[in-house]
Write a protein that binds this ligand. Structure first.
Ligand SMILES: *Cc1c(COP(=O)(O)O)cnc(C)c1O
Length: 347
């Protein structure tokens, strides 16, 4: 079997929830969109179900599959994508966001007594959500429906940047718009859990923090390790080229090893040299990332053998720092991993 795997520490996952709980007294919604940020939502849900008040996904298909594994509330973070989706919301008792007018029209035709409506406001990100001027009308309309509950929410655009003025402007506007409403409220994503305690309100919506992909300075633990076993090593002479388009040329005699992992596994495509670990030592990739392989320059290190593990990131790594090496963000590295990468869970 190809030895290219994502190891997932359920212990650290659980620990991260405990750490989040020491940082907030609000209820926690676990955002498990994109297959729990690549970690596998079945296993993640089973591990943390008792620690959270609800789950959140993007697509109806995710929500319907997830319904088999949990009776807790499941929120569709973008709400319906077409009106007929409300039939499934009824059938599977789903919670849903409303962020724009067409989603609210015709809502009274559906039986929503098992669904909580998440009324989304635009407080400055200018992505999804109702503007302040529309709050009153839409609020009255939503209150008149017989839904199980009505929660008011918004989303912060810059919660990972404590100094960014947008945060307090958004928090202030959210407070202002919702001042007269006694409903439950939700504003914080992972960044705000640590950086903006005044944005916690009743329910915090945490994704990346649970998965240890960011904010490790707050004690969170890395949850995953991506590694691939070397399948070939060859000697290359000075002046010889490596791989597609002969993109890299050896400037001295060296040993090149190959790991069976490529862009089809979710490694971002690049053609410049990037740092990578083998047996605790750092080496550089050479040439272009292939669909199924990556070449790494071992220089004159004779200790590395076929069968050794090439480690991309591990349980000691801050994925946010690591991702900079690949010109990306931890969120993308995690969610990009394809189904071809074996997932193995550690207790
Ligand atoms: C993805 C998402 C979150 C979670 O964000 P993190 O930064 O991963 O904590 C919270 N709220 C909404 C609306 C989202 O789309």
């Amino acid at each position: 079997m190809r030895q290219t795997e994502l190891l997932i520490s359920l212990k650290n996952l659980k620990k991260n929830l405990q750490i989040i709980k020491t940082n907030t007294s609000s209820d926690i919604q676990a955002v498990i969109k994109a297959n729990a940020y690549g970690l596998g939502y079945n296993e993640v849900v089973e591990c943390i179900e008792n620690d959270v008040e609800s789950f959140a996904v993007i697509t109806l298909n995710e929500a319907i599959s997830l319904r088999k594994y949990t009776n807790k509330p499941i929120t569709l973070l973008q709400g319906v994508h077409e009106i007929s989706d409300y039939d499934y919301i009824e059938k599977y008792n789903l919670d849903f966001v409303v962020h724009t007018h067409w989603q609210v029209e015709n809502l009274s035709k559906f039986n929503l007594n098992q669904s909580r409506i998440w009324f989304k406001l635009n407080t400055g990100m200018n992505r999804l959500g109702f503007d302040q001027k529309d709050f009153g009308d839409v609020y009255e309309k939503l209150k008149s429906l017989k839904a199980k509950d009505l929660i008011i929410m918004s989303h912060l655009a810059a919660s990972s940047e404590p100094e960014n003025k947008l945060n307090n402007a958004q928090i202030k506007l959210f407070n202002e718009i919702t001042a007269g409403a006694t409903n439950k409220k939700s504003l914080a994503n992972s960044g705000a859990i640590f950086n903006f305690p005044n944005a916690h309100f009743d329910i915090v919506r945490s994704g990346i923090a649970i998965y240890g992909g960011k904010y490790l300075e707050n004690g969170l633990k890395p949850v995953s390790k991506l590694r691939s076993k070397i399948i070939s090593i060859r000697k290359v002479k000075k002046g010889e080229c490596i791989g597609y388009d002969g993109a890299w040329i050896a400037d001295k005699d060296c040993r090149i090893c190959y790991a069976p992992i490529g862009y089809a596994d979710g490694i971002p495509y690049f053609s410049s040299c990037r740092k990578i670990n083998i047996d605790g030592k750092q080496f550089l990739t050479v040439g272009k990332v292939n669909m199924d392989l990556i070449a790494i320059n071992l220089e004159n290190d004779n200790s590395i053998k076929v069968g050794d593990w090439v480690e991309f990131w591990g349980f000691e790594d801050d994925l946010t720092k690591f991702s900079k090496n690949f010109d990306t963000i931890s969120y993308q590295l995690m969610t990009n991993l394809s189904g071809r990468v074996e997932k193995n869970y550690l207790e």
